[in-house]
Design a protein around this ligand. Structure first.
Ligand SMILES: NC(=O)NCCC[C@H](N)C(=O)O
Length: 412
């Protein structure tokens, strides 16, 4: 198939706050019904969500975006369309079948079974997983006889909901991230498949990849055109930030990368759990860490176009994040909205993703309604807050920013 690049919808993101035009979401589906009290920790959920209510909350989130002229793409639709291609289907099945739990006979049987599925059913099995008792093997072999009925042959992916983490657009390139937790590592095989094989993205250049050093999208903040902050902690590793910095600079996509160490902790798993942008020069930040956050500034003198592995990187000593960020952005000051909350309230609302806002435009952001005090402070600071319900969605520990991957934003 030849693709006329000019006919493809535009893509590209240079900042966190340019008017949002197109966003990639994942409506929570049957993969959430797989969560039980026995597996929720391993699958990175802090509770067992009420699935239909989570879907209602998510539909309201999507509607809040659409009503503000944002085009909403759904990952499941893109995946299903992608799986119409035999090449994509083979790759998808091949990577899902790599699990060492399967053994040769079961792997061969399952591969054939998946290959015969219609694209929608295959997409469903890849996202919601497949249990041993859901496979009607005419003569079960050794492995399926020994596994329990409710053992997964393909693990479910309940964290697909958090599309922020599995790909990041930087200018007109898409970064395929590499997710650190075993429960999520297969997600980026699917996003890579979509970006590689879906006609909508045929002209897009990809960076990084699911099998490279760990980098998660929730750690990546586009502070200003060419200036990218990357959290380093529980998920993104030091090698991950170096790898990403090299590719961004080699491609001339960024000139400065700030590596921002964050506490290796569930509550602060990504940089965007403690800091998000709500205006071109303003962030909302978890007050308990605002003063302590530091950054190393990474630049290069090597010209763009130098192969990523050959770039000479220059790295400063760690300094306060707000200073380093303002300097890199070329502004006098990166303002922090002081939520002014007492440490206990701040801790409670941070846990419930109060700092995880999604900017729809400068000074217009989506936030969970439950964080009443943080939202009130945002409004007092002049930020218009679009409130959404998240009592069920939040059980996966992610807010509006985590649940959205901007594909197109206006420049500011
Ligand atoms: N950017 C984000 O902070 N994403 C939230 C991810 C939550 C998910 N349950 C996880 O632990 O990876």
């Amino acid at each position: 198939m030849t693709v006329d690049d000019h006919a493809l919808p535009p893509v590209g993101v240079t900042t966190e706050v340019g008017r949002l035009r197109t966003v990639l979401l994942h409506r929570p589906g049957p993969e959430l019904t797989r969560l039980t009290p026995r597996n929720n920790d391993r699958l990175l959920f802090d509770g067992i969500p009420w699935v239909s209510r989570a879907q209602e909350e998510h539909d309201a989130f999507a509607e809040a975006l659409r009503s503000r002229d944002v085009e909403v793409l759904y990952l499941a639709d893109l995946l299903e369309e992608t799986l119409g291609s035999d090449e994509a289907r083979e790759l998808a099945i091949g990577s899902a079948m790599e699990s060492l739990h399967l053994g040769e006979s079961l792997r061969a049987y399952l591969s054939a079974m998946l290959f015969d599925m219609a694209p929608d059913d295959l997409a469903l099995s890849l996202c919601a997983g497949l249990r041993n008792d859901e496979v009607r093997h005419p003569s079960p072999g050794l492995v399926s006889s020994l596994l329990a009925d409710d053992d997964f042959l393909i693990d479910p992916l309940p964290n697909l909901l958090f599309t922020r983490d599995s790909s990041v657009w930087v200018r007109d390139h898409v970064t395929i991230t590499s997710l650190a937790m075993p429960a999520r590592s297969r997600e980026t095989q699917l996003t890579e498949l979509v970006y590689r094989h879906h006609p909508r993205f045929a002209a897009v250049q990809r960076l990084h990849g699911w099998d490279r050093e760990y980098v998660e999208g929730g750690d990546v903040l586009l502070l200003a055109p060419g200036v990218v902050a990357v959290g380093v902690g529980e998920r993104t590793t030091p090698a991950g930030v170096e790898g990403l910095a090299r590719q961004l600079m080699s491609g001339g996509i960024a000139t400065t990368v700030l590596a921002v160490p964050i506490t290796q902790d569930r509550a602060t798993m990504h940089l965007d759990t403690v800091c998000t942008m709500v205006d071109v020069d303003t962030v909302v930040m978890y007050p308990n860490i605002a003063d302590g956050l530091r950054a190393l500034t990474v630049t290069t003198e090597s010209p763009a176009g130098t192969p990523a592995t050959e770039l000479e990187l220059r790295v400063t000593r760690a300094e306060p994040f707000l200073h380093a960020a303002a300097a890199a952005m070329g502004i006098d000051e990166l303002k922090v909205i002081d939520t002014g909350l007492d440490p206990t309230t701040a801790e409670r609302e941070q846990w419930d993703d109060g700092n995880n806002t999604l900017a729809l435009a400068p000074r217009l952001a989506v936030a969970y309604e439950r964080n009443t005090q943080t939202n009130r402070r945002l409004e007092e600071a002049g930020i218009e807050v679009v409130r959404i319900a998240g009592s069920e969605l939040g059980s996966g520990r992610g807010g509006p920013r985590c649940m959205s991957c901007p594909v197109l934003r206006d420049e500011v």
